[in-house]
Ligand binder design. Structure first.
Ligand SMILES: [Zn+2]
Length: 357
């Protein structure tokens, strides 16, 4: 496998920065950028590096390969003025770092094309993260329609490109990710001890029901897809087959964390439906991770009560304006200790994403 250190050195040099080591982050870098207009987040007198696990990015050249023309003003692009805008918003929102992900829209592509698309994306994202190590880490793009290939891409992403896991959606061309055909990918993710960030893309089968007012395809469709994804991983035994998996779902895990009692009781009502899981559904919440995009301090308090503060990480959905006060929300949430606040704001993400702060 090509040398990661050399790749990152070249990438950073191309971007006009100096590569300083495998662990690209250090206190000095944070201290330097913290004085450039950012308001550092302090908890109990201690500085916390806040890490946003839900931030979108697009690589226009990769979209072009798929026949998509990216609007020049798309805020998901990180080039030119979009870069400055992103840094400014991050400072305003008080997020020191973003874990960048590209939403998968390549699951229907044939093997050669998707390999090109994903390779380009992973290379570009790696170069971007190497150029701005105090602000970005990235998730790899993987072609889950070819599970063995996705496993290889994940390994290359982590080992060669210094990416910290992969970004996926909740189903692959109508197939649930709990299907045994995806086990090679889950096995590799567990082996690499990296974070898998799942972002829903909606449920095409529900488009007709969710049409009309209320933006239901997103508002309801996304959390339902996430709930289905997690429920299959639980009840089809994927989380038991790979207990070391680290999976973070977007939008606070959809409806599952707030309604897991029904999932548990479903197994009382219909025990024969629940032979695939070793534990109650609610118990798996303590081995899954969730972003904090749940909109209210009371919602976050309840998520903490169901899942534990150590399972929750800051999320903003950048650049989409769903949550611009996500840091404030952590401070407004009742009942959290300073240690729990630090955990949600950045410490858990730093550990899972292997960020040295
Ligand atoms: Zn999002």
């Amino acid at each position: 496998m090509p040398n990661r250190r050399q790749f990152l050195k070249d990438a950073a040099a191309t971007a006009g920065v100096v590569f300083t080591g495998c662990h690209l982050l250090n206190r000095k870098a944070h201290a330097q950028t913290a004085t450039a207009g950012r308001r550092p987040v302090m908890v109990g007198g201690r500085r916390v590096i806040t890490i946003d696990v839900h931030a979108h990015v697009i690589v226009p050249e990769a979209e072009a390969l798929m026949g998509i023309k990216t609007p020049s003003a798309d805020a998901s692009v990180i080039e030119g003025s979009m870069m400055a805008d992103r840094f400014q918003r991050m400072d305003e929102w008080r997020t020191d770092m973003q874990a960048l992900s590209i939403r998968p829209i390549w699951y229907t592509l044939e093997r050669d094309l998707v390999a090109k698309v994903n390779h380009l994306q992973n290379e570009r994202l790696a170069a971007l993260c190497a150029a701005h190590p105090e602000r970005f880490v990235g998730f790899a793009s993987v072609a889950l329609q070819y599970p063995e290939m996705a496993a290889e891409q994940l390994e290359e992403g982590v080992k060669k490109y210094n990416l910290r896991g992969a970004a996926i959606t909740g189903q692959i061309n109508g197939e649930e990710l709990s299907s045994r055909k995806f086990d090679p990918f889950w096995k590799k993710a567990e082996e690499l001890d990296c974070l898998i960030f799942m972002h829903p893309a909606g449920i095409p089968e529900l488009d007709k029901r969710l049409a009309g007012g209320g933006y239901l395809s997103n508002v309801i469709g996304y959390p339902v897809e996430t709930t289905i994804f997690l429920s299959h991983l639980i009840f089809d035994g994927t989380l038991d087959r790979f207990p070391g998996l680290k999976i973070c779902t977007a939008h606070a895990g959809g409806y599952l964390p707030s309604y897991a009692g029904r999932s548990d009781y479903g197994c009382v009502r219909s025990p024969s439906s629940c032979t695939g899981a070793k534990k109650h559904a609610s118990e798996y919440l303590r081995q899954l991770y969730f972003d904090s995009i749940i909109f209210t301090p009371e919602g976050l308090r309840h998520l903490v009560a169901e899942c534990g503060a150590g399972q929750i990480m800051l999320g903003t959905d950048y650049p989409f304006p769903w949550s611009t006060t996500t840091v404030d929300q952590v401070f407004q949430t009742p009942g959290l200790s300073d240690a729990e606040r630090r955990s949600i704001l950045g410490e858990t993400a730093a550990r899972l994403l292997k960020i040295k702060v």
